[in-house]
Ligand binder design. Structure first.
Ligand SMILES: Nc1ncnc2c1ncn2[C@@H]1O[C@H](COP(=O)(O)OP(=O)(O)OP(=O)(O)O)[C@@H](O)[C@H]1O
Ligand SMILES: N[C@@H](CCO)C(=O)O
Length: 321
């Protein structure tokens, strides 16, 4: 579920009136997503998405996220464009939460991506990286290599209740990644959570990228590694090299990899797998009683991590040097 906050009808109508989008006709809560409360708003001017930012989003980061979407949309990246209210602001307050309205994107996310989808994703990701190059703001990645150990510390004592030996395996992986994590790779704005449920398609054509609320400034190839993890494994968690090759080749046709990025890819993929293993483990151990949210399986990412540990070069991902 992702409607944590109920909004009174008159407050919603007053909020919508701040924008030049005609009268409010209807508003429905959206069940998907886990972080924020989202509503589909219909007005005389069309459909929009209203988001109320819940506690995991730091309000200080909102100008970065909203400014980034505005910047990318102006450079032909199909992403939600924040609406600007009559007072010139993109951010308002509704039901005591920071709130914004963005444009609605057509398309659906793909439950079982095929190589064609992975190729479209690769090209879209590279285009996003290029389009973000002149975005003037920056945001530190709050879930990068130096943040993983403090995050793990919160779950270490209970990790073995999820899988025997998990605490030790994560601790060893952390040691290895902290020692070897590459610095100095080409960096800029990355999405950092470009999973299939954040990418809309119409047929095999990519129609939109959403959910920029983990976006930050970090290595481009790390974003690619996140996508390799999220898009290129089968439901039985076997690695699909055809999908990886499609993703990576489409990416590099738009933005070629440097030799250092090429070499770093297996390590970055391990790091990306560990990042999602750790956030999922944290959430798995803290499901609030009675919550309607289904936590995501941390062990899926343990298996992906083990795969990347067995990889010695980017050619295992279908990439020729
Ligand atoms: N601009 C948009 N156009 C169309 N639908 C959208 C848009 N933004 C969000 N949605 C719908 O709302 C759902 C939830 O959005 P989103 O993934 O941003 O929520 P969240 O709670 O922040 O996410 P998550 O749990 O993935 O971090 C999406 O799956 C999609 O169905
Ligand atoms: N994409 C994340 C959750 C939302 O950010 C995951 O699958 O763990």
């Amino acid at each position: 579920m992702a409607v944590y906050t109920e909004v009174a009808d008159e407050d919603l109508a007053a909020f919508v009136e701040r924008y030049d989008i005609g009268r409010l006709l209807s508003c429905k809560g959206i069940a998907e997503g886990v972080e924020n409360s989202n509503f589909l708003v219909h007005t005389e001017a069309g459909h929009f998405i209203l988001t109320l930012y819940e506690k995991r989003v730091d309000p200080a980061d909102l100008p970065f996220f909203l400014g980034l979407m505005q910047h990318l949309a102006a450079r032909d990246i199909s992403c939600p464009t924040p609406l600007v209210a009559g007072d010139g602001r993109m951010l308002g307050t509704l039901a005591d939460r920071p709130a914004a309205m963005v444009t609605f994107l057509d398309g659906m996310w793909v439950r079982r991506p095929r190589p064609e989808h992975c190729a479209a994703l690769g090209a879209g990701l590279a285009a996003l990286h290029l389009a973000g190059a002149d975005f003037p703001m920056s945001r530190r990645n709050a879930l990068s290599v130096t943040d993983w150990r403090p995050l793990f510390d919160k779950s270490a004592a209970e990790a073995d209740t999820v899988a025997a030996g998990l605490a030790r395996e994560i601790a060893e992986e952390l040691d290895a990644l902290e020692r070897a994590w590459p610095g100095g790779l080409p960096s800029g704005v990355i999405h950092a959570d470009l999973f299939p449920d954040n990418v809309f398609f119409i047929g095999t054509e990519l129609s939109g990228l959403i959910d920029f609320y983990f976006a930050c400034t970090d290595a481009f190839a790390y974003d690619v590694a996140i996508c390799l993890n999220a898009w290129c494994f089968e439901p039985d968690l076997s690695f699909n090299v055809t999908k990886a090759r499609a993703l990576l080749n489409a990416y590099r046709r738009v933005r070629p990899f440097t030799p250092a990025e090429f070499r770093a890819l297996p390590l970055l993929a391990r790091g990306a797998a560990l990042r999602f293993l750790l956030t999922r483990l944290h959430d798995w151990l803290r499901v609030p009683p009675g919550a309607l949210v289904t936590p995501k399986d941390p062990l899926e990412y343990l298996k992906k991590l083990r795969f990347h540990r067995s990889v010695s070069s980017a050619s295992a991902y279908g990439l020729d040097a």
